[in-house]
Design a protein around this ligand. Structure first.
Ligand SMILES: Cc1ncc(COP(=O)(O)O)c(C=O)c1O
Length: 417
């Protein structure tokens, strides 16, 4: 195909490269809801019970999700962040225990560590995949380290060989955050089945959704049992326990509703096809933009099969201006993804945690959250544009996205920056 290069940018008043708006995850055109979800929702309503305690659908979702993923157990909950909290709490950590985390992710990967009075310790990422670098993670381990939270960013699997080996060598628990990586594969194995526990999100923008929702998956019976209790105030329900034997430990109410489970049950059988379509379209775009100077498709290490929640376009340090121009062409995207590594947010940099205490960082100092803490993460963010990806993009729409990228790249290459 030929690209519409040399044309005036839409940002400067030219014609948009995208002819009609692309489907987005906030509209039905960009989602996969159908009669299956409608029937299940109706059955939930007609049952009269919308709570998991008394209902059947949340339990069915847990069983079907575990079977589909390939783990022995799954525990449903209210959000992906709650699923990460279940994983952290399943370890029953001591206050001050450390969890190694990446600085490029959603806050939901990290904040549950603070909710459990533990300390997130940032390790740097591989600059090309923006996922945890096992060598840097190893350098951040201390005697208080309990676990590593590996985030498969944008659907790209982490270096799970390196992380698994590190976790085994240092006797750490390996938690996979798969919120952005449904059905991605590492060396032929589905992510979420490689570590000790895996967390998924059913929030609106994810591969499959129930608006909000989360799932923790594991094959470890002890973790599964504790996670299930933690999501329900640590109140044993089967058989139901009353009196002074209730509330076994400090826990949350993160219960998923039957309505959420109804939609998620309709979505689950669709996830494999959703991922396949996202892959095909992403590979098409990578082929189309391969020869364009100044831009690079996402780096896909050998042996990994990403599931493309986002399409990470690399533009050599000019992400903010390039991304703004691309968005004006009609390509939905986040220039620089989250803009800054998470440790630059006030929650960390200004220790805005519990009142004015700065807890837990005040009690367990040792990390400063200044620029330079994770240089690869900082450099990577300045050169990446996160293009929103969607299973319902057509081949022609992907050609238009490629054309938009070529047009913007040509503009800046021609010295118009
Ligand atoms: C990698 C990652 N982890 C955790 C979460 C938290 O999920 P939720 O928004 O459902 O709480 C998200 C959601 O955006 C995410 O992308």
């Amino acid at each position: 195909m030929t690209f519409a290069v040399g044309e005036k940018l839409a940002l400067l008043g030219g014609t948009k490269a995208i002819h009609d708006p692309l489907p987005t995850f906030s509209q039905s055109a960009g989602r996969t809801f159908g009669p299956e979800e409608e029937a299940l929702l109706l059955s939930a309503l007609r049952s009269g019970c919308l709570s998991r305690n008394g209902g059947t659908l949340v339990k069915r979702l847990e069983a079907e999700f575990a079977a589909a993923l390939g783990t022995r157990y799954a525990a449903a909950c209210s959000h992906g962040s709650a699923a990460v909290h279940l994983a952290v709490a399943a370890l029953d950590p001591e206050p001050g225990d450390e969890f190694i985390v990446p600085p490029i992710t959603d806050l939901g990967s990290i904040v549950p560590v603070l909710w459990q009075n533990c300390v997130p310790v940032f390790a740097d990422v591989d600059r090309r995949t923006m996922t945890l670098d096992p060598a840097d993670a190893a350098r951040r381990i201390t005697p208080r380290t309990r676990a590593i939270i590996a985030v498969h960013l944008a659907g790209q699997p982490c270096d799970m060989g390196g992380l698994r080996a590190l976790a085994e060598r240092r006797r750490l628990v390996l938690i996979e955050d798969c919120a952005q990586a449904y059905w991605a594969e590492y060396q032929g194995q589905r992510v979420g089945t490689i570590g000790d526990m895996a967390c998924f999100s059913l929030q609106q923008s994810k591969h499959i959704t129930s608006g909000e929702g989360g799932l923790l998956a594991t094959s470890n019976a002890e973790y599964a049992g504790r996670a299930e209790l933690f999501a329900d105030k640590a109140w044993p329900r089967h058989p139901p326990v009353l009196g002074s034997s209730r509330f076994l430990f400090l826990a949350q109410n993160y219960r998923m509703t039957e309505l959420q489970a109804a939609v998620a049950l309709g979505q689950l059988p669709k996830v494999a096809a959703v991922v396949e379509r996202r892959r095909e379209r992403a590979q098409q775009l990578s082929r189309l933009i391969a020869g364009i100077p100044g831009v690079q498709p996402p780096h896909v290490p050998e042996g990994t099969r990403p599931s493309y929640w986002l399409y990470m376009l690399h533009v050599a340090g000019r992400a903010a201006e390039f991304g703004e121009a691309l968005a004006a062409e009609g390509v939905p995207c986040w220039p620089r993804y989250i803009v800054d590594p998470l440790y630059r947010s006030p929650i960390f940099a200004e220790r805005k945690t519990y009142g004015t205490s700065g807890f837990p960082f005040s009690q367990w100092p040792g990390q400063d959250f200044h620029p330079g803490l994770c240089p690869n993460a900082e450099a990577a963010l300045s050169g990446v544009i996160a293009i929103h990806w969607n299973e319902n993009y057509t081949a022609s729409q992907v050609e238009q996205i490629a054309s938009a990228i070529a047009k913007v790249a040509d503009h800046y290459r021609s010295g118009n920056a």
